[in-house]
Design a protein around this ligand. Structure first.
Ligand code: MTE
Length: 320
């Protein structure tokens, strides 16, 4: 477990100030804040990139989690179950070349190369709360595109009811896929899914970057899902395949422990995990190990206005 200190919080105002300076210099806002630009993007394209902060009311007073926590405190069991393991063991993970295949119940199956992940759909920045089922929380400035754009291009058939995501299966590169103990006993490849209407919600993001840079391997390079109103385990990393399906698949955590991790995985302070409360959360980066701040967990992680309508009439206790 790492130690956190209060002095390494980056207030959003400082981040925004740096962003303004970068904008004034003529570099696309949202890029080049502290390091490398997104790969394979020309200067003209970087200029087109808009740092369109999502207009939801609830991101107004969010304090960004320090970047070094976002990229150093990770869950990516393919690279080990300790929070520091992914940064250590994914260092040499090869994410270019990459191929993302889109198929199944669609009229227009297609494949995206590494470069096309960054150039096919309009990229924007979204600052989202991120809540893990383990009762810790972060605020992350993601870069990505709406999954809805990719779905529009794929043209799902009338049979498509679910969107299914698959992580790369490559035991040679991912030690957790070779060693049951190191990889947390998961039946790889990691698979996640959303109902089609959840996937189409404007909040649902395919992320290729964070903090103005392309994703580091430990955060799911080159492309991962981000579903901010659901527990983090739905936000599957290093995706190689997206398939549209008429039936609901059994997803990774549901398969491993169905009493603990449901298909829906909506953040809900009123439905506890069988082994711990979900009423509050540790704010990563907010203090030392013993003084870390706790805050109340919000229904749908604060995105109730945007997503509650998706679950009208659904018993959220039974469908956790
Ligand atoms: N995706 C894959 N392929 N493997 C994983 O182990 N862990 C999930 C999710 N996506 C995981 C994954 C969990 S439990 C969480 S909380 C988030 O990734 C963590 O994302 P982060 O490390 O970027 O914070």
């Amino acid at each position: 477990m790492q130690k956190f200190t209060t002095d390494d919080i980056t207030p959003e105002s400082i981040f925004q100030q740096r962003r303004k300076i970068i904008k004034a210099l003529g570099v696309g806002a949202g890029l080049g804040v502290t390091g490398s630009l997104l790969p394979n993007i020309s200067f003209a394209e970087t200029q087109k990139l808009q740092a369109l902060k999502f207009k939801a009311d609830n991101n107004k007073n969010l304090v960004l989690t320090p970047e070094k926590k976002v990229i150093g405190y990770n869950n990516f069991y393919e690279f080990g179950v300790e929070k520091g393991s992914p940064a250590q063991y994914a260092k040499n993970f090869k994410t270019d070349p990459w191929k993302l295949e889109i198929g199944g119940e669609v009229e227009n199956p297609f494949t995206l190369s590494h470069a096309e992940l960054f150039s096919t759909f309009p990229l924007e920045e979204r600052i989202y709360r991120f809540r893990c089922v383990e009762a810790w929380a972060m605020v992350v400035p993601w870069i990505g595109f709406e999954l809805a754009r990719l779905i529009e291009k794929a043209k799902p058939t009338s049979k498509a009811k679910y969107v299914v995501f698959h992580t790369l299966h490559d035991p040679e590169q991912m030690p957790g896929q070779k060693n049951l103990f190191f990889g947390g006993g998961i039946d790889y490849p990691y698979v996640e899914a959303l109902r089609l209407d959840e996937a189409l919600n404007p909040l649902t993001l395919m992320s290729v970057g964070l903090y103005g840079k392309s994703l580091p391997p430990q955060n799911g390079a080159p492309i991962r899902l981000v579903v901010p109103w659901k527990y983090g385990f739905k936000s599957i990393k290093s995706i190689v395949k997206i398939t549209f399906s008429a039936t609901r698949p059994r997803t990774t955590w549901e398969k491993l422990a169905p009493d603990e991790y449901g298909f829906y995985a909506n953040v809900n302070p009123h439905v506890d995990h069988p082994r711990w409360s979900q009423a509050s959360e540790r704010v990563i980066g907010s203090g030392g190990l013993l003084s870390v701040k706790r805050q109340p967990t919000l229904m749908f992680n604060g995105y109730e206005k945007e997503v509650a309508h998706l679950y009208k009439g659904l018993d959220l206790k039974a469908n956790f």
